[in-house]
Design a protein around this ligand. Structure first.
Ligand code: ATP
Ligand code: FE
Length: 347
């Protein structure tokens, strides 16, 4: 069994060919960071146009690198949401075109299911397991019960941690993406110098909030600037260290609760923020304390890619999912309802 996967829901255009045994034959990712850099965020219209321009090439490249032809494949999986609808549509249209032209089955995949099922692509992981998805756009706990059954335990009620890292980097004049820049600064900082909040820790449950933390950093920066006319290198490092420690503490405590609730034998993490060494080490400790294993797939499979989409397509295909030409892109698509029939989906 082998599937072509297509991903275009945010600012990465990606295509991949994956086999049913988890072998990744190819995985091509074309980013758009430089296109959006001047605007301080992803511009949906620019993203959609760039996807349209790059998708064909990505798919050709992925096929070429895999050594397979379209005729050798068993299906086409495409991200059908959630995400920026222009980009999602571009991918869905291309996938439909390929399916119509070859007669291959078409499977519409939830982008979040792609992230959530990645541990099964990289390792022989059995259900159920607890997944913490922590990226620039998302932050949520999912108990993964089956390839089509996800239970959301909680998540951020405002910013995602990656977004907070990026905003704090901007506040402190550090380059984007902010995560790696803040982590590098934090290495020489004192995390205890600034008393930054640990939002929502006093409340039960697994929901999180990160926007107040970013505001606290802004206030601390402005207080320092007002008192001394600017920030020293050490001030900046201390702020970064304090901010990183606050995020790590919140994630660790909420993960502890989620694990206690689910009692799954494994904690898996995905998303760009899981690349952070301090956060990763804290989460690993939480898993160990809870008697659970810990798994963080390689970063290139934790951030947006099409191998995870091809794999999620294979899993859904094995459960019998087939989408027809009426497959619709969905800007919003909560993962709890991933198994619910898509609006307008035909057989
Ligand atoms: P999504 O995939 O949810 O739509 P995204 O594409 O922004 O969102 P990813 O590509 O998974 O998410 O991750 C990018 C985010 O991860 C950025 O916000 C970046 O700052 C953050 N990040 C990357 N490396 C680190 C790090 N070492 N520490 C903290 N954050 C990091
Ligand atoms: Fe993603």
């Amino acid at each position: 069994l082998s599937f072509l996967g297509i991903e275009s829901s945010c600012d990465d255009t990606a295509a991949a060919v994956v086999r049913g045994d988890g072998t990744i034959l190819s995985s091509v990712v074309a980013g758009q960071t430089e296109l959006h850099a001047a605007f301080g965020g992803v511009v949906p219209e620019i993203a959609a146009r760039a996807h349209t321009e790059k998708l064909d090439h990505c798919v050709e490249e992925a096929l070429h690198l895999s050594g397979l032809r379209l005729a050798d494949l068993d299906g086409v999986a495409v991200t059908a949401g959630p995400g920026l609808i222009g980009g999602v549509m571009a991918g869905v249209m291309l996938a439909k075109g390929i399916a119509a032209g070859t007669g291959l089955p078409l499977v519409g995949v939830n982008h979040l299911a792609g992230h959530a099922l990645t541990p099964r692509l990289t390792d022989r992981v059995e259900f159920p397991y607890l997944m913490l998805l922590v990226s620039g756009g998302h932050c949520q706990f999912l108990r993964v019960d089956a390839a089509d059954a996800f239970h959301r335990l909680g998540g951020t009620i405002d910013d995602a941690p990656g977004e907070a890292f990026d905003k704090v980097a901007k506040l402190l004049g550090l380059p984007q993406p902010g995560g790696p820049a803040v982590e590098a600064e934090a290495a020489s900082g004192d995390p205890a110098r600034f008393a930054l909040p640990r939002p929502l820790l006093d409340r039960p449950g697994c929901d999180m909030s990160f926007s107040g933390l970013k505001t606290a950093v802004l206030r601390a920066r402005d207080d320092l600037a007002a008192a001394r006319g600017g920030l020293s290198r050490q001030d900046r490092a201390d702020l970064c260290a304090g901010f990183q420690a606050a995020i790590a503490d919140v994630l660790a405590e909420k993960t502890r609760r989620a694990l206690a609730q689910t009692r799954t034998p494994l904690l898996a993490v995905a998303g760009g923020v899981a690349a952070n060494a301090r956060i990763r080490a804290d989460l690993e400790q939480v898993a160990q304390d809870g008697g659970a294993g810990f798994l963080a797939p390689p970063l290139r499979l934790c951030t947006d890619n099409a191998a995870m989409i091809a794999w999620a397509g294979i899993e859904a295909f094995r459960l019998g999912q087939r989408d027809g030409m009426a497959l619709a892109g969905r800007p919003r698509w909560p993962l709890d309802q991933a198994a619910a029939p898509m609006l307008g989906a035909g057989k």
